[in-house]
Design a protein around this ligand. Structure first.
Ligand SMILES: *Cc1c(COP(=O)(O)O)cnc(C)c1O
Length: 395
């Protein structure tokens, strides 16, 4: 048995998405900007996809901009708000220490340009509060950008409450909802957001396509200069197959939420229950305020990387936090943000399951993890020191 439990990194492209896309590779391959029939067919498909995506988010089609994915949507949202703020001498941006690098690295870039970036502390349970945001907002705040569901630990932020605070204070609010769309209900009006990013490959759509929702009246700046695509806000020939595939995958995932949320939550609960039996382990992030499928554990005395390699050998694809940071020796910025010491943050395991996983697969995971943890601890000098009482256990 080989279990794919890394859905927060990316998901399998669904049959629904593939079937929706195929005609746009094979037959309807025209450029949507062309005036001839093949081009106009592609344009019609784009119009329909935009309407579908907008309807699912409770937005207007004019408020949807297609992008090359979540990273580009995050970049465009943040740079747009920053430039717009600067025109009115507002250069203070509020975010959190545990955002995705698409947000944090964009903020780093703006910092070098003279913007003041304030990263809110994240509570130990992996949640920031609307009160923290309210306390941080200033006269010169140009933007608040806070993620919906954290990609490493899965915790959900009180986005509607944060949005209400921002709306009341007249500060634009962007939400990176890449880990939320297709996994929990996302309604841009109920959430009080001005901008929201999503990415198709996190909900069984194709890779390399996403969208940015921008509320009517909020100015957008180009990141990709070029032709007049996306109402002049994003140059480049539209990725018709990708966009059509994204809309189909989104419709399917969101249409299934009533069934998938309780199903995936039950699998996750079993995972948490089973992994908690391992001594000196801990679940990272709030027990309940989390997306259905993501769990993140620390096991004291071991290295996340070796755990992943052995898990792969035993038929489990998992991750140590973010796919973007594995391969680097630095511990996860997310785990450090929620206050874990360096030593412990190295030994983390992220399992992200979804409605394609089965109870048998969860049992397989639970049958292999404890043995691997024990094996690695037996070889670990740190574990040896802990066992001999030379060092106190942190977990
Ligand atoms: C995956 C992810 C992104 C980046 O999306 P891409 O489509 O891969 O560029 C951004 N934010 C979060 C929270 C993510 O999980």
């Amino acid at each position: 048995m080989y279990v794919y439990a890394d859905n927060a990194a990316t998901t399998r492209t669904s049959e629904t998405a593939i079937n929706a896309m195929l005609p746009f590779f094979r037959e309807t391959y025209g450029n949507a900007s062309s005036l001839h029939t093949p081009g106009q067919r592609a344009m019609e498909a784009l119009v329909a996809a935009r309407e579908k995506v907008a309807a699912i988010l409770n937005a207007d089609p004019k408020e949807i901009y297609f992008t090359s994915g979540g990273s580009e949507a995050d970049n465009q949202a943040i740079v747009s708000a920053a430039r717009n703020g600067a025109r009115r001498n507002k250069r203070h941006i509020i975010s959190t220490a545990f955002e995705h690098h698409a947000v944090l690295h964009t903020l780093d870039k703006l910092k070098k340009e003279g913007y003041e970036i304030e990263l809110l502390d994240v509570h130990e349970n992996g949640v920031v509060t609307a009160e923290q945001v309210a306390a941080a907002i200033r006269e010169d705040t140009a933007l608040v950008t806070i993620m919906f569901a954290n990609n490493e630990i899965g915790t959900l932020q009180p986005i509607a409450e944060i949005g209400a605070v921002c709306r009341e204070r007249g500060v634009p609010f962007h939400c990176d909802a890449v880990q939320a769309v297709g996994h929990v209900p996302v309604d841009v009006k109920a959430l009080n957001v001005d901008m929201l990013s999503l990415s198709a490959h996190k909900f069984h759509g194709p890779k390399g396509v996403g969208a940015l929702y921008v509320r009517k009246g909020i100015p957008v700046v180009n990141i990709i200069e070029g032709g007049q695509q996306e109402r002049g806000k994003r140059g480049g020939t539209e990725n018709t197959p990708g966009i059509v595939g994204m809309a189909a995958a989104m419709e399917e995932a969101v249409g299934n939420l009533d069934k998938s949320i309780p199903y995936v939550t039950a699998l996750r609960e079993r995972l948490i229950e089973g992994l908690s039996q391992i001594p000196h382990s801990r679940l990272n992030g709030d027990r309940d305020r989390r997306v259905p499928g993501t769990v993140n554990f620390c096991f004291e005395g071991i290295e996340g990387e070796s755990l992943l390699l052995l898990l792969d050998e035993k038929g489990v694809a998992a991750s140590s936090g973010s796919a973007c940071t594995s391969g680097s020796l630095d511990p996860s910025h997310v785990l450090l943000a929620i206050g874990l010491p360096h030593d412990v943050a190295h030994g983390s395991l992220r399992l992200s399951i979804d409605d394609e996983n089965t109870p048998e697969e969860v049992e397989h995971i639970l049958s292999v993890v404890p043995g691997i943890v024990e094996y690695l601890r037996d070889m670990s000098p740190i574990w040896d020191e802990l066992q001999k009482g030379e060092k106190p256990y942190l977990l």
